[in-house]
Design a binder for this molecule. Structure first.
Ligand SMILES: Nc1ncnc2c1ncn2[C@@H]1O[C@H](COP(=O)(O)OP(=O)(O)OP(=O)(O)O)[C@@H](O)[C@H]1O
Ligand SMILES: [Mg+2]
Length: 256
């Protein structure tokens, strides 16, 4: 199963959610790959720590080979590295992604990620794709390569209004390029059950019939520590409330 975590809005929790759900699956023994398509490389750093500074070949280097056409392209596995966590591999991001973006777009490389992930066959049980905060070449590539789309939502009313446009964009990609793509659901992040406004905003989504997933993820300062130490929550504090919410969300997605 390949999932893309997407929202054009920045800072809604895409990288946090991708990395933590991926780490939970890997911890359960599922062979897991995280593909980081955001030049900021937040998921790469979160899962690999300082190793990201070693100039690892990753998503940018993969896309670069698609621009330098040769009959024998390197295998996708050459752009994947192991993380410190068992069963968890990463195709890391780098700032080069930014530089390559316009070339990739103008040369119609939009199906290359899907081809590359197909080439991996059944090496991985779960693939998670983290995306930049934009509807650009990389997010489109990811939406074309994936079977399911998760949309993190930060409980803000402007974000709520933007969701309809976002869902239309996903539907358009689905209709034009990827019939297999399903919107799996909206992941409510940094939910504050005692604050009236966010509660009402989320309820409006539910009332409008949008696929809002359970449970909602709490806001917790522990996430900051988790990022700083490059330790996903399941490894940092398995009993923490937010960890348990991530686990419950993972189980809901996997149908457990
Ligand atoms: N549940 C949470 N509780 C507290 N802080 C959170 C939570 N989820 C995310 N954050 C914080 O919010 C910030 C943005 O999160 P994150 O980087 O995951 O978002 P993003 O959507 O990937 O951002 P970008 O669009 O820049 O890639 C980070 O500082 C992160 O630590
Ligand atoms: Mg991010």
């Amino acid at each position: 199963m390949r999932r893309v975590v997407f929202n054009q809005k920045g800072g809604v929790g895409k990288s946090t959610i991708t990395s933590n759900l991926a780490a939970i699956g890997a911890e359960r023994g599922l062979r897991t790959l995280v593909v980081d398509l955001d030049a900021q490389g937040n998921s790469s750093r979160y899962l690999l720590g300082d190793a990201v500074e070693q100039g690892l070949a990753g998503a940018a280097e993969f896309f670069d080979t698609t621009l330098k056409f040769t009959l024998r392209n390197p295998a996708t596995s050459e752009f994947i590295v192991e993380s410190p966590w068992e069963n968890l591999h990463v195709m890391p991001a780098s700032p080069l992604l930014e530089e390559l973006h316009s070339k990739l777009e103008s040369r119609y490389k939009i199906y290359k990620l899907r081809d590359a992930l197909n080439e991996l066959g059944d090496t991985y049980d779960l693939v998670w794709i983290d995306t930049p905060p934009a509807l650009n070449f990389y997010t489109r590539s990811a939406l074309i390569a994936a079977q399911a789309c998760l949309i993190p939502f930060d409980c803000d009313d402007f974000s709520r209004r933007a969701l309809y446009g976002l869902l239309d964009s996903v539907k358009e990609i689905q209709a034009d390029h990827n019939r297999d793509l399903a919107v799996e659901g909206i992941v409510v992040n940094q939910f504050q059950p005692r604050a009236a406004l966010p509660k009402r905003t989320v309820q409006e989504l539910v009332d409008e019939g949008l696929p809002v997933l359970q449970p909602y993820l709490s806001a917790s300062v522990k996430i900051k520590e988790s990022h700083e130490l490059s330790r996903p929550m399941i490894h940092l504090d398995p009993r923490h409330k937010l960890t348990q919410e991530f686990v419950a969300l993972f189980d809901a997605l996997q149908g457990n």
